[in-house]
Design a protein around this ligand. Structure first.
Ligand code: DX5
Ligand code: ZN
Length: 222
């Protein structure tokens, strides 16, 4: 059984200074980051393009022992899941919204032996994720509309879903962590944790903080 009280802090590389990617990855780890969150965007599912499998492979070479939390904000994760597995992801999170064969993609990730996450956008109900909850390791409840860092935490639209997910998990004795992503600060992490989330993704509030270690400690203790 996973320990849902274990707080996990995942700095998002989307907010890192890519000119010094190696230093930035090591800075996040040395500052107490538990996971490195990699925001893959294809310009179709979200209004932004970030990076692909070769970027993830580069991060894996930089940080051979890091837990790489790959967040696929792409229209067709089924077409790319193998390359993100091969690139060295430790977890792959796919979105429930795009039109593709979710079950087969879930199968591919599970067969590879790495961790599996399913993400829902602010406007997406928990019901959309329900059929898959017994198979996943992480439910990612997006707390902003995905595509960009630096946005405002969407409390009303998302905290009821975190609460509902925690309730369903308890009632059905399921085994997925609840992760939140977008606008996470010490203040919003406290709100999210109170509602049942234990994995906090933060980009601006870690890589752009004046003191990254302090910022990560505050997210851990929020
Ligand atoms: C948004 C990404 C988030 C984002 C978080 O589309 O999925 O991971 O990078 O950035 P902040 O923490 O700045 O909101
Ligand atoms: Zn993300």
């Amino acid at each position: 059984m996973a320990n849902f009280n274990q707080r996990i802090i995942a700095p998002s590389l989307l907010a890192a200074n890519w000119k010094n990617l190696s230093d930035e990855c090591n800075r996040a780890i040395d500052s107490g980051g538990d996971w490195l969150h990699l925001d893959v965007m294809d310009g179709h599912f979200v209004e932004n393009i970030s990076f692909g499998p070769s970027f993830v492979k580069h991060v894996r070479e930089i940080a051979p022992n890091a837990f790489l939390d790959t967040h696929l904000m792409i229209e067709r994760p089924d077409n790319y899941v193998e390359s993100f597995i091969e690139s060295g992801s430790s977890n792959i999170t796919i979105h429930v919204e795009p039109k593709y064969d979710i079950s087969t993609t879930i199968q591919k990730i599970k067969e590879s032996g790495i961790s599996l996450g399913l993400a829902i956008n602010p406007e997406t109900s928990i019901e959309a994720a329900q059929p898959f909850l017994s198979q996943i390791d992480i439910l990612l409840v997006m707390t902003v509309v995905p595509g960009f860092g630096g946005q405002k935490f969407m409390d009303e639209e998302t905290m009821p879903k975190v609460r509902e997910a925690a309730k369903i998990r308890k009632e059905n004795n399921l085994n997925f962590h609840i992760q939140v992503d977008g606008g996470i600060t010490a203040t919003t992490a406290k709100i999210a944790a109170k509602n049942g989330a234990n994995i906090m993704v933060a980009g601006t509030n870690t890589f752009r903080a004046t003191d990254m270690r302090l910022a990560i400690d505050e997210l851990r203790n929020a």
